[in-house]
Design a binder for this molecule. Sequence first.
Ligand SMILES: NC(=O)c1ccc[n+]([C@@H]2O[C@H](COP(=O)([O-])OP(=O)(O)OC[C@H]3O[C@@H](n4cnc5c(N)ncnc54)[C@H](OP(=O)(O)O)[C@@H]3O)[C@@H](O)[C@H]2O)c1
Length: 340
Amino acid sequence: MPQLTVERVQKFSGRAWRLVKFGDPKEAIELREMTWGAPSPGQVLIRVRTAGAGFPDVMMAAGQFPLLGDPPFGLGEEAAGEIVAVPPGSRFAVGEQVMGITEFLEGWGGYAEYAYVREGSAIRIPAAMTDEQAGGFPIGFRTAYAGLVERAPVEAGQTLLVLGAAGSSGSTALQLGKALGATVIAVAGSQEKLEFCTSHGADHVVNYRTDDLTARIAEITDGRGVDLIYDPVGGETAATALKSIARNGRIALIGLASGTPVPLDSMDMLLRNYTAVGVLATPGSPEAEATIWGRLAELAEQGAITTPVGKVYEFQDVPQMIAEQTAPGAGKSVVRVASK
Ligand SMILES: NC(=O)c1ccc[n+]([C@@H]2O[C@H](COP(=O)([O-])OP(=O)(O)OC[C@H]3O[C@@H](n4cnc5c(N)ncnc54)[C@H](OP(=O)(O)O)[C@@H]3O)[C@@H](O)[C@H]2O)c1
């Protein structure tokens, strides 16, 4: 008679913030009891300590995030914590401390007590990094890498203009741009944000609300214009910045925190010889991803890039945190889910 084998599947239970309908985050996001089963190949399961926020949370809650369907689903694109389960053959082990991109596109976010993290994006947390820095590291820096290395490579000595430079995407591009040897002009909307950009390495800062952006860029670049614009904002500010792009310049299209993408005029692109480059930080081959995350971890270990932590929220305040991403202060908002 064949012998029956009973496989014990380990399960983890805890609370998770879930979007239950599109709308105001304070009404549309609810705390639910959930169960996490064994991670599939290509994932690890972590007990979450911190998770990073950003403008995509606002878009998801409003039903404006192009890569997600209808609720219910979990929110939180990135998280850090301790591995509690791995699939057979994983390069990680239970007990390791990692940060990475969650399986939010599959409905499992990081604003939860447990989260599935894409193994290809997981990196061991460098010793000198705080939990808050780890939880807010992956998305901003992976996007900056996609923009400034993969899609619109910036060379040492070139001038990089960063819009929304005190935000999650902008402040990481500012730092990676400096690490790559560019001269960085940071554009932001308040004195506090300009000071924040200077403290993170910006060579020049411009307040687009009070200064004449075109005149200031002309002054800074001796009339030459900028080689690359990193644009997570779009709308009028990006349209104005585009007037100051150098010959053979590029604009890296990252997002639209202003609510609208930058308006592009193909005739203007032709006449002034510039290029618009779309950037979506999606994973390449496992080998390519390993190289990218290894390089980012190395830069973090060297102190060349560091998560620009802004406001830190408690787990019970996640809906409030997401609501506040429409007018964020300087730096990356991070939620503390649990202590070590
Ligand atoms: N392509 C990708 O792979 C990728 C990855 C991550 C994010 N994104 C996209 O990038 C965009 C920015 O995301 P993020 O997380 O960096 O945002 P964020 O941290 O909120 O920063 C956005 C910045 O944009 C400025 N801003 C101007 N108008 C705004 C408005 N109406 N509402 C909010 N902010 C406004 C703000 O700076 P001032 O106060 O200085 O104006 C703010 O600091 C989003 O569209 C997101 O979906 C794309």
